[in-house]
Design a protein around this ligand. Sequence first.
Ligand SMILES: *Cc1c(COP(=O)(O)O)cnc(C)c1O
Length: 219
Amino acid sequence: MSIKNNLNNIKSHLPEKVALVAVSKTKPVSDLMEAYDAGQRIFGENKIQEMAEKHETMPKDIEWHMIGHVQTNKVKYMAPFVGLIHGVERFKVLKEINKQALKNDRTIDCLLQIKIAEEDSKFGMSPQEASDILQSKDFSALKNIKVTGVMGMATFTDDASQVTQEFKRLKTVFEELKLLNAHNCQLEIVSMGMSGDYKLAIACGSTMVRLGSSIFGAR
Ligand SMILES: *Cc1c(COP(=O)(O)O)cnc(C)c1O
């Protein structure tokens, strides 16, 4: 199947309110352009430098999402153009994003990455940490960032009931954080679901899925 067919097939059973991030990490620009020509406008990368290079050469109406681990010393390379940063795990990273956003005279949208998986290998902050950050004075001073939601990854397992439980947990955390009505926040996005588990994620309330291999093939 071609990239275009894969995309059309996925989009045909994606609810209208669920946004699709085409995860294009490691794939060549020619593959991304095939998706672009089929109408895809949101692309997700997990390395800041790779994303900056692709942004440089590709059409400017693309919305670039950083879905990987964010190193503070590299935030400056994406600050001029990044559309959404999914993987914010520490206050220190928010502070640096705010600083670079200010330099570029813009506001950068961010998601807090919450650890929902039982696996130790998965990144993210605890729901308590997220709540503490959003309610802190230091956070309310960051006028050039907007926290627009949460992101999470379920355990890599065939056990659908475990994955469902973890996704439901993220949705609950999202609802709880929303109730805080914190400054610099407009909580609307629950980014959860990858190629192997996005249907479960949507059933649990995902509003944004991040699909790589099901669009572009195995990496
Ligand atoms: C690679 C990646 C994806 C996409 O994974 P697929 O299984 O290829 O769909 C989604 N989210 C994150 C954070 C990733 O690193």
